[in-house]
Design a protein around this ligand. Structure first.
Ligand SMILES: Cc1cc2nc3c(=O)[nH]c(=O)nc-3n(C[C@H](O)[C@H](O)[C@H](O)COP(=O)(O)O)c2cc1C
Length: 348
């Protein structure tokens, strides 16, 4: 997808022409710098911003700049991957108003979050709270659909239900009836939080109940998971969140058959990420972000957990990056197919 401009008809082409991999929106994790890193590494066709919370009014321009800086650089990451704007909220009017404003700023598409499980969000009537009553999903999607130009797709991201899965088909149909151009399904209920397993078989039923593209999401950590997810859900397209934080080249592996990237290269990405995060916000922000990413990487790269222990008390970026640079002499190796292999010394 890199570099291409998406016009309305090309969204159909986008979904029909290839199996797509999407980077999942993750509040506090996938910011513009992370989207830049992951899309540069390769294999990701589409990104979605962290959710922008809408209550009862039009948000200030500063919120759009904060969550979606790509809006001001043709709505693409530097690698050329389109970035959709995600909103979360339960009131159709304000959701529509904010979506129309995002479209006027150049958003290539609007994604609506009906999956956030956070108690604070649900108490204030947003995210997964709407799964309790699918007619409310219809109301929000159709209001947003009516407010943005027909050339701008509106999509919905849902879970299987709130406390149970009884209404999963109604949820999918409500999104489609409201005018969603596609549907992403995180294969768990709200009450299941992020606990494995993901119930991909329910996505298959939802996919059969609608005629829009359905994107499968949840618990894809490895190439093997990706294959099984597609097999069980029957979906061509998959969205990956935490798996791309722990294996940043997973989409590239999927799309190009590339072997897992050696730690020496990942380390270069991590250092670059730290520097870019500091430039984007400030030193403390960068420190927290590097620690957060390193922790995720420890799921894939053996030896990284010890590295994390060595730098977790660091409070500024430069000494932390010095430890990372020096760590190339320490034993860190890849975990192939989820199984630990003997550690080997690294050569940078
Ligand atoms: C820390 C965190 C933040 C998240 N933030 C968002 C968000 O802003 N919008 C959204 O639609 N989903 C959000 N999600 C859900 C993910 O997009 C995704 O549906 C979920 O993590 C399952 O996919 P995975 O197993 O590939 O990570 C978040 C998940 C996590 C773990």
């Amino acid at each position: 997808m890199s570099g291409a401009t998406l016009t309305a008809p090309s969204w159909d082409e986008f979904w029909n022409s290839q199996n797509r991999v999407l980077l999942a929106p993750m509040e506090g994790v996938v910011d513009a710098v992370m989207r830049d890193m992951i899309t540069k590494i390769g294999g990701v066709d589409l990104c979605v911003t962290e959710f922008i919370r809408v209550t009862d009014r039009l948000l200030p321009l500063s919120d759009f700049k904060k969550y979606a800086p790509e809006l001001f650089s043709s709505s693409k990451t530097p690698a050329g991957t389109p970035v959709l704007i995600q909103f979360l909220g339960g009131q159709p009017g304000p959701m529509a108003e904010n979506a129309a404003f995002a479209a006027s700023l150049g958003a290539p598409g609007i994604d609506l979050n009906f999956g956030c499980p956070a108690k604070t969000v649900n108490r204030h009537d947003g995210g997964a709270a709407l799964l309790r009553d699918p007619s409310r999903i219809f109301d929000v999607v159709s209001a947003v659909r009516a407010a943005v130009p027909t050339t701008i797709p509106v999509s919905a991201k849902v879970r299987l239900g709130f406390e149970n899965k009884d209404r999963h088909l109604e949820i999918a149909k409500a999104a489609e009836a409201g005018g969603a151009k596609w549907l992403t399904v995180h294969a768990r209920t709200r009450d299941e939080g992020y606990r494995p397993p993901a119930h991909w078989e329910y996505i298959a039923r939802m996919r059969e109940a609608v005629s829009i593209p359905v994107i499968a999401n949840g618990e894809v950590w490895t190439l093997e998971d990706y294959k099984r997810c597609r097999e069980v859900s029957g979906c061509r397209h998959v969205m990956i969140g935490r798996g791309l934080m722990s294996a940043p080249d997973l989409a590239k592996q999927i799309q190009t058959g590339a072997a897992q990237t050696p730690w020496s290269e990942v380390l270069v990405w991590l250092i670059d990420f730290g520097l870019k995060s500091r430039e984007y916000r400030h030193d403390h922000y960068a420190v927290c972000r590097v620690k957060q990413w390193l922790k995720s990487l420890a799921k894939t790269y053996l030896g990284v957990a010890e590295l994390f222990e060595r730098l977790k008390t660091q409070e500024s970026l430069d000494p932390m990056l010095a430890i990372l640079r020096e760590s190339s002499t320490h034993a860190v190796t890849e975990i192939a197919d989820g199984s630990h292999q003997p550690a080997a010394a690294l050569a940078l």
